[in-house]
Design a binder for this molecule. Sequence first.
Ligand code: MN
Ligand code: MN
Length: 384
Amino acid sequence: MSDISRRDVFGAAAGGAVLAASGQAALGAGGQPPFGPMPQAVSGKDLPSFRYALGAALATTHEGGWSKEATVLNFPVSEKLAGVLMQLAPGGLRELHWHANAAEWAYVIEGRCRVTTIDPQGHSEIADFEAGDVWYFPRGHGHSIQGLGPGDCLFILVFDNGYFSEFGTFSITDWLGHVPDDVLAKNFNVAASTFSAFPKQEVYLVKGTVPPALQEKPAPGSLNAGALTHRFRLLAQKPEAYPGGSLRVVSSREFPLSTTMTGALLRIRPGGMRELHWHPNADEWQYYLKGKGRMTVFGSGGRARTDEFSAGDVGYVPQGFGHYIENTGTDDLELVLAFNNGIYESISLTAWVAANPDLLLSANFGVPPATFAAFPRSETPMPE
Ligand code: MN
Ligand code: MN
């Protein structure tokens, strides 16, 4: 780097410092400094709701199925992750498409479906999914999803960008419908008349026929699959079991392709709780599958917010915010979690307390050191 360009860099850095200093000077309501990088939706005096009733939202219906979504437009706190609940009839096809600004993570709730994918190396994969399976499509990779029957296939999609739906979903019919037929003729080396019957706008979701079963043993040379599969059988994994419930986590450690997202399946027994904790490296997006629960989110500055959840609801916890989830019903509470980081990190409040000397805790809380003798000496992820 030359002296001049180095000076330019330092000059730019100094300018940034001036901006930051003037930002500090502008105090918000109550004489508090503004939260800076904290999302607008959670920077006010009171915390907004961390619940969105996705199940009760109106679906967009198509011949081959339906979908409904939770994005930052209708769920303001969900700035880093968006979700879509989608159902495909047998043969129903979510057409070939890619997402320019988000990776796609999914959990199959019921039924069976088949996905096709392509990556920048030209590798392709065609794989079948059933209830309890997870898929991950890296940002920008082409894919399709088709219901296999019998019965409908229901799944929850999570995207690592709360704004994903506003722009950035690229469908094959939308693109081809906006390319002149003679260009398509040259591109595919077929007659221009071939494209006269093609759709002129996005079809999104169409009714197809149920495809035949995949060959169990593909012929030698028939596959061009990459080393990393798009499928992870989450429900089939042995869970981490605790007195108050169980947890299955799928991060990039278990599912190497899933570099930008981690998922989890959380079951909390009646009377059980997911202990007080926070995630230093990710926002948490939740879809409640079964049961009744209550989540309280701590947002600093004396702010805490409790919301009640039941099946079909979406929950959200911004990165670094403290939270806990209680089962308030008489049946198991089940939820799918998705985080916008391929590395799973969680800090247990119980472990944090246990990691500090009783004398320090005594000074911190203003109570006798003996108070802490009965506290757990390690984390208790899900107490009864
Ligand atoms: Mn997609
Ligand atoms: Mn959490």
